[in-house]
Structure formats: structure tokens, C-alpha cells
Write a protein that binds this ligand. Structure first.
Ligand code: NAD
Length: 360
């Protein structure tokens, strides 16, 4: 198959980790006889330096003409970088919000997987960590409280602030469809998280999720209240396969879930629109403290490339090959500095990238 991939390496460790993710994509292309072509684009701080803005129309256009986007991370040291002296709409992060909007990316997927080889980094009790977990949080990304009308005013002499949590049935239906489709590629189980005992928006959420569920009889559906979900994540994370939830609940729960895996350098993510198109990036930031030192962990970027193969290109075997190569490299004891433990072999960003590519 021939595929076009837009590549945004970004700032900080972005160029280093994306280079390793491209090594993995090239190895998968070679093994399975595909041809991937890459167009490199600027976004974030490097785009500000080159063009004066964090996101150009050209970057958006080339992304739209591609089959998927592979991204590193953007931004610099927020205390010292001159990018953060600019008005908010010209800072690196404005590029990120701009591209999500321009590409209609409404579903954010964050797999949280505890590799048995790294279970000592998990802050949960040993018996829970030893059991392992492999879940995916699907967060609605363009609606809810963060996008509803808000205002601050004086009411009866008191300063009063209002935010609005708003969803329509179409916004819920399209994320529900994504959740059930993704569950079909995993263990066929969806837990929908809401606050239906209090919120109208959650009652509508639950109703639409139930309606969509009827079209997926092969996928088991359960509902869970968000306060319970926060507890269950630390009590028994293995019970979750796909968790689907609205924007703010997903924002909070996905950070909680990433914490229990122990390392930010291991966590990929994907943001999808209604088609197969998606943007794939590590969950972490640009790590300016270690940029340019060949020290970063590229595994999150490599696993993001595996998600790109799985979700945008429907290349299941190829994605499995990349993920298995990561597991094998860890089994053999290779570690970057952030996940190093006693008895393991410490390697650089580029070394572990090559080791993984060789094992695909
Ligand atoms: P960060 O994730 O960049 O770094 C937090 C800590 O984790 C640092 O100690 C860093 O060295 C470490 N770390 C992160 N990724 C790592 C990796 N792959 N390997 C090894 N260690 C890793 O978060 P921050 O310091 O809060 O933010 C730095 C910059 O990144 C800011 O400008 C922020 O706005 C930006 N940011 C960008 C994105 C994105 O591009 N999607 C996401 C989050 C933060």
C-alpha cells in the first residue's frame, strides 16, 4: 500500500523521538512491502521562528492532503523561552489547538498500558501492578465544559462565574461510534463514564451511548459514574478495556491513568476525526530539559506510529509487529534513562530506536 504521512517533528525532543518513530515505520513498510512517503512540516516554536506564527495555512493544507499526521511535541521552557512573551494566540500551544480544530479531531485516544517489564515503576500496590493493565481512554475533545458559553458577572453584589457543559446528540453519537469501533479492535468491552445521577448532559450521554450500543451486540457495555471511575482506576485498572467519556472527565481521568503506568515517555496518543484520518503524538511534552542530548525515550512516539498503522491505515499485523518489537527490546533489558532500573542496559534515544526497528 502507498500512504502519505505528514510529519511535524516540532520542538525540544520532538525531532529526536519522531526520527526514531520514522525508523519504525520504515522497518514496518519494508517488512510488509508498503511505501510510506513523508512531508515534513513546521508547527509550534520552530514555526514561530521561521514564519512568525505557530501554525501556517500550508501546514494545515498538507496535513489535509495526507493520510495521517505523525507529530512530536511542541513548545519550549515556559519560564525562559521568548515564545512565551508573545500574545496567547501566537504561542506554540495555539498551533496545537488550531490544528485539532482545522482537522476536526474530536476523539482523543490514550492507551494506558503497564508493561510487565516496567511494573516496578507503577505507584500502585504490587499485587495490582503485577496483574498488569491495558486500557484505552477515549475522550471527547471538542465539546463540553471547555467549549460551552462562559461568563463572569456580578449577581446581587457578588462576583459570579458560569461555565456551560453542553453536548448535542450528534456530538455524543460520533464519539460513541468511535469507542465501539475501537473496542472491536481490542477486547470488545466499553465502559462509559458519566455523572448521570446529577447532570442532564450525562443523562443524554447515557441514552445515546445505549442507542449506539444496540448496533454493536458483540461489544459489552457498562456505565460507571465518574467518581467511581476515579477510584476503580487505582483499585482495579485491569477491568477497563475502552473507557469513553466527555471532555473534562476524560482530561482528568486520562492523566490519572497515565500516572499509574509510571512513565510519560511510554504513552502514545491519537486524535481522530470522522474518517480514518488522525494525528498521532506522544502524550508528553517537548521536555526542553533534556532536548538535544539523545536522552529522551522515543517509545511513546514509536507506539504512536503503531497506532497510526492500526487506526488510520487498518494495518493490524504491522501495528502488532511494532508493538511486539517494543516489548522484545524491553524484555532484552534495554532502557532509556527515564525507565532505567538495576541490571538493565542503558541506551540512548537513537540506540533504542534502532534496536526496536531491527526487531520489527
Ligand atoms: P514535559 O512532558 O515536556 O516534561 C515533563 C518531564 O517529563 C520532564 O522532566 C521531561 O524531561 C520528562 N519527559 C517528557 N517526555 C519524556 C520522554 N519522551 N523521555 C524522557 N523524559 C521525558 O512537560 P512540561 O515540562 O510541563 O512541558 C514542556 C513543554 O512541552 C511546554 O512548552 C509545554 O507547553 C509543552 N507540551 C506540549 C505538549 C504537546 O506538544 N502535545 C504536551 C504537553 C506539554
Amino acid at each position: 500500500m502507498e500512504k502519505k504521512i505528514a510529519v511535524i517533528k516540532g520542538d525540544g525532543i520532538g525531532p529526536e523521538i519522531v526520527t526514531e518513530a520514522m525508523k519504525a515505520l520504515d522497518a514496518a513498510a519494508k517488512k510488509f512491502s508498503h511505501s510510506f512517503s513523508y512531508t515534513q512540516l513546521l508547527m509550534g516554536g520552530c514555526s514561530i521562528d521561521a514564519y512568525g506564527v505557530p501554525l501556517t495555512d500550508e501546514t494545515i493544507e498538507v496535513c489535509k492532503q495526507s493520510d495521517a499526521v505523525l507529530m512530536g511535541s511542541i513548545g519550549g521552557d515556559t519560564a525562559t523561552s521568548p515564545w512565551y512573551k508573545l500574545p496567547a494566540n501566537l504561542r506554540p500551544e495555539a498551533g496545537l489547538l488550531g490544528i485539532r480544530k482545522a482537522l476536526g479531531l474530536f476523539a482523543n485516544l490514550r492507551p494506558c498500558l503497564l508493561y510487565p517489564q516496567l511494573s516496578s515503576a507503577c505507584p500502585l500496590k504490587k499485587e495490582i501492578a503485577d496483574n498488569g493493565f491495558d486500557m484505552l481512554i477515549m475522550r471527547e475533545l471538542t465539546g463540553g465544559l471547555y467549549f460551552g458559553a462562559r461568563r463572569t458577572e456580578t449577581v446581587d453584589g457578588l462576583e459570579t462565574a458560569v461555565d456551560t457543559l453542553i453536548y448535542n446528540e450528534n456530538e455524543i453519537r460520533r464519539i460513541a461510534v468511535k469507542a465501539f469501533e475501537v473496542a472491536r479492535k481490542r477486547r470488545h468491552s466499553v465502559i462509559s463514564v458519566d455523572k448521570a445521577n446529577v447532570l442532564d448532559s450525562s443523562r443524554l450521554w447515557r441514552k445515546i451511548i445505549n442507542e449506539v450500543s444496540a448496533e454493536y451486540p458483540d461489544v459489552e457495555l457498562k456505565h460507571m459514574l465518574v467518581d467511581n471511575a476515579a477510584m476503580q482506576l487505582v483499585r482495579d485498572p485491569a477491568q477497563f478495556d475502552v473507557m469513553v467519556t466527555e471532555n473534562m472527565f476524560g482530561d482528568i481521568l486520562s492523566d490519572e491513568a497515565s500516572m499509574i503506568t509510571g512513565s510519560i515517555g511510554m504513552l502514545p496518543s491519537a486524535s481522530l476525526n470522522e474518517t480514518k484520518f488522525g494525528l498521532y503524538e506522544p502524550s508528553g511534552g517537548s521536555a526542553p530539559d533534556i532536548a538535544g542530548q539523545d536522552k529522551a525515550n522515543p517509545i511513546a512516539a514509536i507506539l504512536s506510529a503503531a497506532m497510526l498503522l492500526r487506526y488510520s491505515f487498518d494495518m493490524t499485523e504491522e501495528a502488532d509487529a511494532v508493538e511486539n518489537a517494543v516489548g522484545k527490546t524491553l524484555d532484552e533489558g534495554y532502557r532509556t534513562a527515564d525507565i532505567m532500573s538495576e541490571g538493565c542496559k542503558r541506551v540512548s534515544c537513537s540506540e533504542i530506536g534502532t534496536l526496536i526497528a531491527e526487531r520489527i
